[in-house]
Design a binder for this molecule. Structure first.
Ligand code: C5P
Length: 232
């Protein structure tokens, strides 16, 4: 898979999701399904979106004992998603078990990427709640390296971290980056943002874009603008 724009379908029902996806009569966007939609609608929502011809990033961020994650990943693999993810904090053993669970009898599997330190966690919370005292950017890079060493395909990270992740983990290690805003757009609650064009220049492999597309007056035009800036 090459560079692409992944649209975060942060809707709470299948009805709202399909009303949104029905607008796309040309190119079918790569779709991110998160916890809210998946827990509301179950695996059927994945099958239905897949049947409409979309690629799917299932963003469920698994984190449990290795055996449980392995078995859960086997279920997601049968759902035929294209990308799924977990928390690198679950350790190397958990990540390797996840890869085993994901791998189908024919050797194929969805891409597996890791969440490093959530962007909602800052230095203070990390030190106080998790007793991790290293600088947060070093912690993020350490998690990325651990994920790469475990055999994962990439990480979710800020576009501002894409270059460093590639330097540390290699060019082929995927960076999937939310926090994208148009130059003339509203930042909303995202603090550190980048335009699709800048994310391309810095080397992000996939951008994840939610509200700049889902809340746009013309979502298809906003999506096409992302494609023009990031892919073409
Ligand atoms: O609407 P917006 O473009 O901010 O949506 C970004 C998407 O990426 C949301 O689904 C959000 O949960 C997700 N995300 C994020 N920052 C992270 C990890 C995931 O914004 N660090």
């Amino acid at each position: 898979m090459g560079k692409d724009v992944i649209v975060a379908c942060d809707f709470s029902s299948a009805e709202a999701t399909f009303a949104f996806l029905d607008k796309f009569t040309g190119r079918k966007p790569f779709v991110k399904i998160g916890m809210e939609l998946y827990y509301a609608e179950g695996p059927e929502i994945v099958r239905q979106i897949k049947a409409r011809g979309h690629k799917i990033f299932l963003d469920l961020k698994l984190h449990d004992i290795p055996n449980t994650v392995k078995k859960a990943m086997a279920v997601l693999s049968r759902l035929d998603v294209d990308i799924c993810n977990l928390h690198a904090a679950g350790t190397t053993a958990m990540m390797q078990a996840a890869l085993e669970g994901l791998t189908r009898p024919d050797g194929t599997r969805p891409l597996l990427i890791a969440v490093t330190q959530l962007t909602s966690t800052d230095q203070q919370a990390m030190e106080k709640d998790l007793l991790i005292h290293e600088p947060i950017d070093q912690v993020v890079m350490h998690y990325a390296k651990t994920a790469a060493d475990a055999g994962l395909d990439g990480v979710v990270c800020s576009p501002l971290e894409s270059q460093k992740v590639h330097d540390v983990c290699g060019k082929g290690f995927l960076t999937v980056t939310p926090g994208i805003r148009f130059a003339d757009g509203d930042k909303g609650d995202q603090k550190r943002v980048m335009t699709p064009a800048d994310a391309k220049a810095i080397g992000s492999d996939y951008i994840v874009v939610g509200r700049p597309i889902t809340a746009a007056e013309d979502p298809v035009a906003a999506y096409e603008r992302c494609i023009r800036e990031f892919v073409d």
